[in-house]
Design a protein around this ligand. Structure first.
Ligand code: IVH
Length: 698
């Protein structure tokens, strides 16, 4: 949408009428995207600009106010943003299991990691996975003091006032409760309440919500708590965040204590002694699913003993001690209308199926990924075919296959392009995979010279998990890029200084206020966390998690650049050190090396770091005996696995390295230790036994 930049005072009545008509359409469409598709096309800020403009025009020309005026739907969508609240303990997500075998594997993995012998049961809880949105509730001295949504896991939205309106959330806890506790759980809406809310919405001429989860999210995220109060939300408690004193020593008992304190806890939560029990309960819950009266999308398993949970720890964003066993995907049939190509940040050309819109499990689907050229051939997809699609949870919908006997006579075979659509017309190539075979993905090798890839890099750079610049999304980047105002990330930060020439406020879709907001938002990001910065660079194979690991491992930008340049130069020691970081392997190291070997990238970085300040990563723990030490584990450990030992050391603020050098502080050696023991002697590094190590960290 492009709104006029003519000041409202200067509009003629004719212009005002036309603009109100367009605004009504555009706002209604934005509402639909928000409510029906759970896929907003406008940021909250953009949406606000439209609504405010609509309001201003109506104020000046009250006689032009339309019957379908968006003004009468105020409160349909949160009007402004909430304050952010940082979670004292991050809110994590869960790894998924899709089959009974995956679920059994989970229990076996736990057993192996903890080295529990076959005779001892690994007790695991099983409970429904509620399809709502998670929320963290902080109680101090038994009183609710704050509530936050999950957000990006580190930081959520402060929804305290709204959560206070939820009947299932006690304002004051009863009984013997700890001084501080953060209770976490799911805010959701029942089927009956959802149906009643939608009937009310429609009666009031407002859009209906697509499913109970969207309705719950939309209702909780209302700036006006009175609206939240009028929407019947519910809450199940199932986890916790900061909790210095817990009421019990097992998952099950802590959750039961929550129940005694006044929370609702799910009655289908049980403890299981064996894998058979666990799967039995999964299928029991699956059978009850349709009659529960609220949406669930799987069963969550959690290791019951909290001391075991602590030993198991986390892998990237999810705990090793829990997993979500999802219900099978929901399917539907529809027609393949066409195939579009999306060019990604790395030049990968991904075919996307354009489908006649169809509802699958409560969500309207009009696109599905087709992965690559081979996939289209393997499934023998032709344009015009009737196809079966499936959607599991939040995963991108997939095309399962065609319904062969419905193929129309005029179905058209799809020809995959040979060249990039970019101005260079670069031939597409298939890269070799890690094992040397020809890969399935076709890429444009133009890299930063390919305008698509440049643009995608820039979009990635401003995206939510990277620089997160409010008011700049894909559309704005496309515009700035096309106009030649922004060619590389540093240009964003000089935009304001160049606005004398650019005159952004004259562009369609921008007024002086939104331009001011935009420059404020850019300025706010001149100080940026190291992990976000590394992620924003768009180095191949360095996603959010890897960026976080690298940031924690190197602590500061200078140290990371030094390491990157050293690996690019083939420095074996630098490579070993990077390899020693948890979850970093050859693929990532090669990508980092390739990135830093490219002079163009170094120049881009130099210009960018002249504009922004990269903040050091949060300091690792310093108050433990092993904090700051570089430790090498070697030989076989007997009381814990090597993975567990490493994870423990890192969580206590130590660095774990794969090789012994003079920088190593400590070698923990078990039986069978070999060359590393000799290296330790050579460098005069202290060697201790596993028992010494355990004593040190206990
Ligand atoms: S436990 C550290 N239990 O699923 C693990 N999560 O995919 C904390 N969810 O963000 C989560 N029902 O919103 C847990 N019984 C349940 C759940 C549940 C729903 C949601 C939760 C979480 C997401 C992870």
């Amino acid at each position: 949408m492009s709104i006029s930049t003519t000041p409202v005072e200067a509009l003629t009545e004719l212009e005002a009428g036309a603009e109100l008509a367009e605004l009504a359409l555009v706002i209604a469409d934005a509402d639909k995207r928000y409510y029906q598709d759970d896929a907003p096309t406008l940021t909250d800020a953009e949406y606000d600009v439209l609504r405010r403009r609509n309001l201003a025009i109506e104020a000046r020309f009250p006689q032009l106010k339309r019957a379908d005026s968006p003004t009468d739907q105020i409160g349909a969508r949160p009007a402004e943003r909430f304050d952010k609240l940082r979670h004292a303990v991050p809110m994590l997500s869960l790894d998924n299991a899709f089959t009974d075998a995956d679920a059994a594997d989970f229990v076996e993995r736990v057993r192996r990691f903890l080295m529990i012998d076959a005779a001892e049961p690994v007790v695991v809880t099983a409970e429904p996975k509620i399809d709502g949105l998670s929320c963290s509730l902080r109680y101090e001295a038994g009183r609710l003091v704050s509530a936050a949504t999950r957000g990006d896991g580190a930081e959520g939205e402060n929804v305290t006032a709204n959560v206070r309106t939820i009947a299932d959330v006690p304002g004051i806890l009863v009984g013997d409760v700890p001084e501080v506790i953060e209770v976490r759980g799911e805010v959701y809406m029942s089927h009956a309440d959802f149906a009643a809310l939608n009937a009310r919405q429609l009666a009031e001429g407002k859009p209906a919500f697509a499913n109970p989860r969207n309705a719950a999210a939309g209702s909780l995220r209302q700036l006006d708590a009175a609206i939240t109060r009028s929407r019947p939300l519910r809450f199940f408690a199932y986890a916790w965040g900061e909790a210095p004193q817990l009421p019990a020593e097992t998952q099950f008992d802590v959750v039961q204590a929550f129940g005694r304190w006044g929370f609702r806890v799910n009655p289908l939560m049980v403890r299981c002694q064996t894998i058979d029990d666990l799967l039995g309960h999964y299928h029991h819950i699956e059978a009850l699913r349709a009659g529960l009266g609220y949406d669930i999308d799987g069963v969550v398993y959690k290791v019951d003993r909290l001391d075991w949970q602590a030993r198991l720890g986390f892998v990237s964003r999810s705990p090793r001690w829990a997993i979500a066993h999802k219900f099978p995907a929901e399917r539907a049939t529809t027609v393949l209308e066409g195939i579009d190509i999306q060019v990604g940040r790395t030049g990968a050309h991904t075919p996307v199926a354009r489908l006649t819109p169809v509802t699958v499990g409560g969500v309207v689907v009009s696109n599905a990924t087709l992965h690559n050229e081979d996939e289209i051939r393997r499934k023998d997809l032709r344009i015009g075919d009737t196809v079966v699609i499936q959607r599991a949870g939040d995963v991108i919908p997939q095309v399962v296959g065609i319904v062969a006997d419905k193929r129309p006579a005029d179905a058209v075979e799809y020809v995959f392009p040979q060249h990039c659509a970019c101005s260079l017309q670069t031939p597409l190539v298939r890269e070799a995979t890690a094992s040397g075979e020809e890969g399935a993905i076709k890429r444009c090798g133009g890299e930063f010279a390919c305008p698509y890839q440049r643009q995608e890099h820039l979009k990635h750079f401003v995206s939510r998990k990277a620089f997160d610049i409010d008011g700049i999304g894909d559309k704005q980047i496309a515009l700035f890029f096309e106009k030649g105002w922004i060619k590389e990330p540093a240009d964003l930060f000089t935009l304001e200084a160049r606005n004398g020439e650019i005159q952004l406020q004259r562009e369609e879709g921008f007024g002086w206020q939104s331009v001011k907001n935009l420059f404020d938002a850019i300025r706010e990001r001149r100080n940026i966390a190291l992990e976000r910065f590394i992620f924003a660079l768009g180095i191949r194979n360095v996603g959010e998690t890897t960026a976080r690991v690298l940031a924690a491992g190197y602590g500061g930008w200078a140290a990371f650049v030094e390491a990157g340049q050293a690996v690019a130069a083939g420095d074996a020691k630098a490579r070993d050190d990077m390899d020693a970081l948890d979850q970093i392997g050859e693929t990532v190291i090669d990508s980092v090396a390739r990135y830093f070997a490219e002079a163009h990238n170094l120049a881009v970085l130099a210009r960018l770091t002249a504009e922004v300040t990269v903040l050091d990563a949060e300091k690792p723990k310093t108050d433990t005996e092993v904090a700051g030490l570089t430790i090498v584990f070697t030989g076989s450990l007997e009381k814990m696995t090597r993975d567990e030992a490493k994870a423990r050391a890192v969580s206590l603020g130590a660095k774990v390295s794969g090789s012994v050098s003079k920088k190593t502080d400590l070698v923990v050696a078990g039986p069978g230790a070999g060359s590393k023991l000799a290296d330790a002697q050579k460098h005069g590094v202290k060697v201790i036994s596993e028992d010494d190590w355990l004593a040190m960290i206990s």
